[in-house]
Design a protein around this ligand. Structure first.
Ligand code: AMP
Length: 469
């Protein structure tokens, strides 16, 4: 879970990248960073970097942006999945090596990072961060190829797992790359004469860019003044496996992913859910914001009226300190509150996009009953989350996933709802337009069928990183 951005050929590159990161803020709120290349750069000092913990608007002001002149920039917003949350892991990283200097921003998780890291350390490499992204840079530094694209191809031929990358070189090349399965998104846009790379098209409206195309799975694009060149990563072609959870929860609903509207896909998930698991009720309410499009679809398909029965506070900061014992369940109540006039005396259908640990839903059900709801029926617009993600979505370890060890009936009892239903896997695949169940998508979090297996040492590292906090 991270957002990446890049721009080449715009005289306000850092400003545009800053706006781009704003529109990717939902992909990560822990740190934000930009690297820009000063146009008169002859030396490595031409790449300038600013990173800080927190939101994009906290990390950057006029002063920081003014110190990042030039026509090319890349940026990153981070949500840590591998590597701890601290400033030294904030991206983009900036490295000097024998071939020059290069900045890199990464979204995704490598599944063989610790194996490669152990090998590199044994041959003398010293790592500055605990992030798996740094492995790519060390592999580039070790490569024999004379140019940066050759080094990157050599590096990417060795890494396994999920990566979408943006890179910036000291001679002003903007590079984008996507792993052969295409787990995480990366799209190309045009604004005036400039090219833009972005995790999602959500950034394009704000910066007035037009969608050009996706970076294909297994493709490296190199953008310079002369235009865009395309290369293939030197590994055998594999089936695309785009992350279906991007459609379910992670991406912004105004984005297009895989040429498909995220909003419409979620609405369809809700419609399918209503078809598969109808219920007699008086009102359909979403868990905002993530459950809204699916609840619209559920309401449309079922004919039951849609209302906003829960209101979300948009001002809940991640750093807010919860009282220890004095007010229990503070977290969810701070974020969501029920609208009594919508739910009092009603049979309520609550639609949410996913159920992970079950703690949020349990609190929501209690909250709605306290506000007078007569019945509470929970409908989840995705299948049960039974397996952790190894490719960059922050899901907890298996032991914390309630659906990994409990039946739907047991979960319903725990949550104390009157009924609970999930969308079927086939229903989900139909909603995202998969030609036949599973084609083109990774849905390992729902099926346990991992397209790229984890190596043993890497599994130990991931489990350790995901210990409940
Ligand atoms: P819980 O079942 O209490 O663990 O939380 C489920 C809620 O978390 C749902 O409302 C989802 O929208 C949201 N959610 C699902 N996956 C994630 C994730 N990877 N990171 C943050 N929130 C998530």
């Amino acid at each position: 879970m991270c957002g990446i951005f890049g721009i080449q050929g715009h005289d306000e590159a850092a400003n545009i990248a800053y706006l781009g990161l704003h529109s990717l803020q939902h992909r990560g709120q822990e740190s934000a960073g930009l690297v820009a290349r000063a146009d008169d750069a002859k030396t490595t000092s031409g790449l300038r970097r600013h990173v800080a913990m927190g939101l994009v608007s906290d990390a950057f002001g006029r002063e920081q942006l003014d110190r990042l002149p030039g026509a090319a920039a890349i940026g990153h917003v981070r949500y840590s999945t591998a590597g701890s949350s601290e400033l030294r892991n904030a991206q983009p990283f900036l490295f000097d090596y024998a071939g020059g200097s290069v900045a890199i921003a990464h979204n995704g998780n490598l599944v063989n990072a610790s194996t490669l890291k152990a090998r590199l350390e044994a041959s003398g490499a010293i790592f500055q961060t605990t992030s798996d992204t740094e492995v790519i840079v060390h592999l580039m530094a070790h490569a024999r190829e004379p140019d940066v694209v050759g080094r990157l191809r050599a590096a990417l031929a060795q890494v396994e797992g999920a990566y979408s990358l943006t890179m910036l070189t000291d001679d002003g090349k903007l590079i984008g790359a996507r792993d052969p399965h295409g787990f995480r998104p990366l799209v190309i846009g045009r604004v005036k004469d400039a090219y833009v790379l972005s995790s999602e098209t959500s950034s394009f409206d704000l910066i007035e860019a037009d969608f050009f195309r996706e970076v294909e799975p297994g493709e490296i694009v190199v953008i310079e003044k002369g235009g865009l060149q395309s290369y293939r990563i030197a590994v055998p072609a594999v089936e695309p496996r785009f992350c279906v959870f991007e459609h379910v929860y992670f991406a912004r609903p105004d984005s297009l992913l895989n040429q498909r509207s995220v909003y419409r896909a979620r609405e369809k998930m809700g419609m399918k859910l209503a078809e598969e698991s109808p219920v007699e009720a008086d009102v359909v309410i979403p868990v905002p914001d993530s459950g809204v499009p699916a609840a619209v679809g559920f309401s449309r398909q079922s004919g039951i009226g849609f209302e906003m029965g829960l209101i979300r506070s948009h001002y809940v900061g991640r750093t807010f300190i919860e009282p220890q014992e004095s007010i229990r369940h503070f977290g969810v109540r701070l974020k969501l509150s029920p609208v009594r006039s919508v739910v009092d005396g009603k049979r309520v259908v609550v639609v949410d996009d996913s159920l992970v640990r079950g703690t949020t839903s349990r609190k929501i059900v209690k909250m709605l009953r306290n506000a007078g709801a007569r019945e509470v029926h929970l409908r989840i617009s995705a299948p049960p989350t039974t397996h952790p993600c190894y490719y960059g979505i922050d899901t907890p370890t298996r032991s914390e996933l309630v659906a990994a060890s409990h039946s739907v009936e047991e979960i319903a009892r725990y949550i104390t709802c009157d009924s609970l239903s999930y969308l079927s896997h086939d229903g989900l695949m139909a909603a995202v337009g998969a030609p036949s169940a599973g084609d083109g998508y990774c849905s390992a979090c729902f099926t346990g069928k991992y397209p790229v297996p984890l190596g043993r040492p890497d599994e130990a590292v991931l489990v350790q990183l995901r210990r409940p906090s």
